[in-house]
Design a protein around this ligand. Structure first.
Ligand SMILES: Cc1cc2nc3c(=O)[nH]c(=O)nc-3n(C[C@H](O)[C@H](O)[C@H](O)COP(=O)(O)OP(=O)(O)OC[C@H]3O[C@@H](n4cnc5c(N)ncnc54)[C@H](O)[C@@H]3O)c2cc1C
Length: 451
């Protein structure tokens, strides 16, 4: 039998990971992309926001260097032209790297917008014209775009979506951030570090409404210390520009003024123009419906990444893409266990978690053992003047198997890897307690929490 024709729509982490694995297994792979090879959500949001976090962190570290005996007399500030150029250079470099990798594996790259015309064919419209591509296996990996609510008059200058926030001519003097989920708090961290006075519209009574209240309170403490104004229990209902100002009105009558407003209220899956009805592919609330193997209602058509609405992370999208290629081409594979996904929020302190969380254990009525140690008891954190935060471990009291962990602290996004591996491998907590780690190190807090 000839090589299977594997068609992928969308070249983000999901599509590119699937393409490389499928090509290595001998499939004839075509990858269609309409915006940027490497992925729109990935290269136009995830990577730029992390690039800005890097600048914010460096500036914050220099600003706090006085505590470590460094005398820095000059006023620190950010050159937005250089920052914008750096964001563009990193984006372009990563996109070029993706293209080189894919072409080196003989993946056919097709530039254009695809939609299904049947269960075995898509039509691609691009600068080169219109083309039909037939397939044996297809993957929908079209990602998501930022949600654009109709109650805000976006102008790209002062009322901004997240994607418009990476190329500002100057740091806003007074920024109102709408949305206190992961993206909203990361932008609050970024712009308050870069010198903006930030007001954060928080729809509930804590930032990060779906996270452990202990985690949220450490972050709120940091925000308040850096002068962020938290408007709790407020829902933005209208944002308008008034000259050089923006006015954010909330449903309860509160009004917050600023020089700029940044709206971070989630994303929407890219399914509306895919012609899914022509292939009878089922959706729910706009997301493509999939089974545990990521198959859609049509078994030879798979879906992965943000378009499924499952777990919107680059890491998850890439893992799904890899597993789909293996499954579709007849290799042995296990479904993803979403409960064991390590996640992080890039604030200062960083927040990271994996596996079972305390609130989820309580909601399930599950008996667990919880141990928690603060970074204020850690020598390296004290030496580095980074003592805010804690390590919390959740263990099964009967088997002593580690079920989950949360870290709030410097480099939490890196430290969580050890716990992620332990949870994935179902290790007992004493394995972590008995691992001889470096002294002094932040990871020692994992030893302490495991004892
Ligand atoms: C502000 C922000 C910060 C984030 N930070 C992180 C982070 O720190 N860590 C993390 O893991 N995740 C992060 N994410 C999430 C991450 O970016 C996404 O989960 C990830 O990019 C999803 O990958 P994907 O392949 O599904 O989609 P994408 O990366 O969006 O790729 C999908 C591609 O499909 C293309 N496409 C769509 N429709 C068509 C069509 N009809 N024809 C052809 N091409 C099409 C799009 O142009 C796009 O390039 C962040 C997201 C945001 C918004």
């Amino acid at each position: 039998m000839s090589e299977p024709r594997f068609l992928i729509i969308g070249a983000g982490p999901a599509g590119t990971a699937a393409a490389t694995v499928a090509a290595s297994l001998g499939a004839q792979v075509s990858l269609v992309e309409r915006t940027i090879f490497g992925g729109a959500a990935h290269l136009l949001d995830c990577i730029p926001s992390k690039t800005m976090v890097a600048t914010a962190l460096r500036l914050g570290a220099v600003g706090a260097a006085g505590r470590l005996g460094v005398v820095a007399d000059e006023v620190m500030q950010v050159d937005t032209t250089k920052l914008t150029a750096r964001i563009a250079a990193i984006r372009d470099q990563l996109s070029r790297g993706t293209i080189e990798l894919l072409t080196s594996q003989a993946v056919e790259l097709v530039t254009g917008t695809a939609h299904f015309t049947s269960q075995n064919q898509v039509e691609v419209t691009g600068a080169a014209g219109i083309r039909q591509i037939e397939f044996d296996i297809a993957l929908i990996a079209t990602g998501s775009d930022p949600r654009i609510p109709d109650w805000a008059s976006f102008d790209g200058e002062r009322i901004l979506t997240t994607r418009q926030a990476y190329s500002l001519a100057a740091i806003p003097t007074k920024l109102v951030v709408i949305g206190s989920g992961v993206t909203g708090v990361e932008f609050t961290h970024i712009f308050s570090s870069l010198g903006a006075r930030v007001s954060l519209i928080v729809s509930r009574q804590q930032v990060l409404p779906h996270r452990d209240p202990e985690v949220a309170s450490v972050l709120e403490e940091d925000f308040l210390e850096r002068g962020v104004v938290l408007h709790k229990g407020a829902r933005a209902s209208r944002i308008v520009r008034q000259g050089d100002e923006v006015l954010v009105e909330c449903a309860d009558g509160r009004a917050v003024r600023g020089s700029h407003a940044l709206v971070a209220v989630g994303s929407v899956p890219n399914t509306s123009q895919l012609g899914l009805e022509a292939a009878a592919i089922a959706t729910k609330n706009g997301n493509v419906v999939v089974d545990e193997w990521q198959r859609t209602s049509i078994p030879h058509v798979y879906a992965a990444g943000d378009v499924t609405g499952q777990h919107p992370l680059s890491s998850v999208a890439a893992m799904q893409g890899r597993k789909i290629a293996l499954h579709a081409l007849g290799e042995r594979v296990t479904p993803i266990d979403h409960a064991k996904t390590a996640e992080a929020i890039f604030t200062e302190p960083e927040i990271a978690w994996v596996g079972l969380e305390e609130a989820a254990a309580a909601a399930q009525g599950r008996r667990v053992r919880i141990t928690k140690v603060p970074f204020s008891a850690n020598a390296r954190a004290t030496i580095q003047s980074r003592t805010r935060g804690f390590v919390k471990l959740i263990t099964d009291p009967a088997t002593h198997v580690l079920l989950g962990g949360t870290i709030v602290g410097h480099y939490a996004s890196e430290l969580i890897s050890v716990i992620a591996l332990a949870v994935q491998a179902k290790l007992r907590v004493d394995a972590l307690a008995e691992t001889l780690l470096v002294y002094p190190s932040l990871s020692e807090a994992l030893n302490d929490a495991a004892e």
